[in-house]
Design a protein around this ligand. Structure first.
Ligand SMILES: [Zn+2]
Ligand SMILES: [Zn+2]
Length: 124
């Protein structure tokens, strides 16, 4: 297993790495995530100072609440990350991370605001 996981947006303008020991995939079913990702948001979280980011100038930031802001690629529109301001963490969208990740969904968040058209993903 490598020490880092790597990822990139669809067009490749934004590239990142995060520590492979980052906890497993979290799935957030809150309304903010639904509206911005088009469905639930699956992500891996890590402290900002443990994440390398190339192409940051391609990111467009959006304050999604008083406590968080999110960044998407200005060229391809890929949702790259959510910053939880007080926690100093970035939540990196799982779908952008190169395979294989050797990760599983370990927790669902905001289960009660999930829409009616899917069942919660299995947690392992
Ligand atoms: Zn892109
Ligand atoms: Zn959410």
């Amino acid at each position: 297993m490598t020490a880092t996981l790597s990822g990139h947006c669809h067009c490749g303008a934004v590239q990142f790495t995060l520590p492979a020991e980052a906890a497993g995939v979290l799935a957030c079913h809150c309304e903010d995530c639904q509206r911005m990702h088009g469905n639930f948001n699956a992500f891996l979280a890590a402290p900002i100072d443990q994440i390398t980011l190339e192409g940051a100038e391609a990111l467009i930031w959006y304050a999604s609440s008083d406590a968080a802001r999110r960044a998407f690629c200005g060229t391809c529109g890929a949702r790259v990350l959510k910053e939880v301001t007080a926690a100093g963490r970035w939540l990196m969208s799982a779908g952008l991370i190169d395979q294989p990740t050797a990760k599983q969904i370990i927790k669902n968040l905001w289960e009660h605001s999930k829409p009616d058209w899917y069942d919660l993903p299995a947690v392992r």
